[in-house]
Design a binder for this molecule. Structure first.
Ligand SMILES: [Zn+2]
Length: 174
């Protein structure tokens, strides 16, 4: 249970897909979950994945996002215990609807922001920190943060999403 340093690009662990499911109740996983929450809270991140703490495991956390209705962006992620951050162990994407493009940043790529198209609404199944099977529908910035962390577990970074879109539209990156 500690604030850890966040692994930065181009560390190869960020490119490593986690393929084996974790046991959420294993003490090692419990420690990783707490480290993710502590570190994300300290840095004001929307979410954080195991790879960003140098571990290859299918574990990520996503904050509850406080959204100011007058603004398009969330004001701040809330990591207080009462806000019940989402602890995603072994998440699976079951479906998605629509899509839009918004600018995203990543704690592992400081100073970079990339416009990324993502589904607007996703249905996800996962196991929580108590070992319970969960399912939910996420949209808005929380849905986007969740997809961003999901990508991390598969070794995908925001710069890849950008190049993928550029390839699809035939544009060249500047
Ligand atoms: Zn990231």
């Amino acid at each position: 249970m500690a604030v850890k340093s966040i692994v930065l690009f181009p560390d190869p662990v960020l490119r490593t897909r986690a393929t084996v499911d974790v046991d959420p109740l294993d003490p090692t996983t419990q420690e990783l979950i707490q480290d993710l929450i502590d570190t994300a809270k300290k840095h004001g991140a929307w979410g954080l994945s195991a790879q960003q703490l140098g571990q290859v495991a299918r574990v990520a956390v996503v904050a509850k996002l406080w959204t100011d209705p007058r603004r398009a962006r969330p004001v701040a992620p809330d990591w207080s215990p009462g806000a019940h951050p989402i602890v995603l162990c072994n998440p699976r994407l079951l479906g998605w609807v629509g899509g839009d493009t918004k600018r995203e940043a990543c704690m592992s790529l400081p100073g970079r922001a990339v416009d990324i198209w993502r589904p607007r609404k996703v249905t996800v199944a996962w196991v929580d920190e108590k070992g319970a099977n969960r399912q939910g529908i996420f949209s808005g910035w929380q849905g986007r943060a969740l997809q961003h962390e999901f990508d991390h577990l598969n070794g995908i970074l925001i710069i890849d999403q950008s190049s993928k879109i550029n390839r699809m539209t035939g544009e060249r990156a500047a």
